[in-house]
Design a protein around this ligand. Structure first.
Ligand SMILES: C[S@@+](CC[C@H](N)C(=O)[O-])C[C@H]1O[C@@H](n2cnc3c(N)ncnc32)[C@H](O)[C@@H]1O
Length: 209
């Protein structure tokens, strides 16, 4: 099957230098999931697998989806080294062209998936459908204010999003919002400078009907 331009771009990025990301799980995943009883999780845009591996190490069964087969191959080797490969199913999917099973997941986690706004809204709504009643949806991305923070960010029109714009996609009669905020973080840049950036955090529980 032909690769889309997005897939080619991500494969090239993961293929040119490794690792691309830190190898550490995302802090907001650890913060929100550490108190949860493990179940079945869906990790969208799993990249090199740090979040999926962290969840698997805590007893979760994980379906880890990414557009890049290069990223997934690297993620699978990290999972094997961590001894959790049997808990993770790596799924090479374009989340814009695939729908997860409805109501199947105790946790759906999406970190730093930056799509143009209309496409993003459709994907996020669909991912909400995949959450089981009583399960949670965690969406984290770069806040638009980062564009003025002197850090490297996806700069295309509308790629970054506020937590409020995510919350608007989910009806409060179906969802209990647990967090909707811009979370500050102070990463060190390669030249040692500290800059405050913000992550958009939307975390919600699907209500039982
Ligand atoms: C910025 S990275 C974040 C990786 C990981 N979630 C993390 O926080 O380290 C975005 C990831 O989303 C994946 N991705 C981009 N578009 C996608 C799509 N349409 N379907 C599935 N994965 C996609 C990319 O291949 C990449 O691994």
């Amino acid at each position: 099957m032909n690769r889309t331009p997005d897939e080619e771009q991500w494969d090239a990025r993961y293929g040119s230098s490794r690792p691309v990301w830190s190898g550490s799980p995302n802090p907001l995943l650890m913060e929100t999931a550490q108190e949860r009883i493990p179940g079945v999780a869906l990790d969208i845009g799993a990249g090199e697998g740090a979040d999926a591996i962290w969840l698997a190490e805590r007893g979760w069964t994980v379906h880890a989806v990414d557009l890049s087969s290069v990223a997934l191959a690297s993620a699978a080797s990290h999972a094997e080294a961590a001894g959790v490969e049997e808990r993770i199913k790596w799924m090479h999917r374009d989340v814009e062209a695939w729908s997860p099973q409805s109501g199947a997941y105790d946790l759906v986690s999406v970190h730093f998936l930056h799509l143009p706004s209309e496409r993003r809204e459709k994907v996020f709504r669909g991912l909400g459908e995949a959450v089981a009643p009583g399960g949670t949806l965690l969406i984290v991305g770069h806040h638009p204010s980062d564009l003025n923070a002197g850090v490297k960010r996806p700069s295309g029109e509308g790629l970054l999003f506020t937590p409020e714009s995510v919350a608007e996609l989910f009806d409060s009669s179906d969802w209990e919002t647990l967090a909707c905020e811009a979370r500050p973080r102070t990463p060190k840049s390669s030249d040692g400078r500290e800059t405050t950036v913000h992550d958009s955090l939307f975390y919600a529980r699907r209500r039982h009907r």
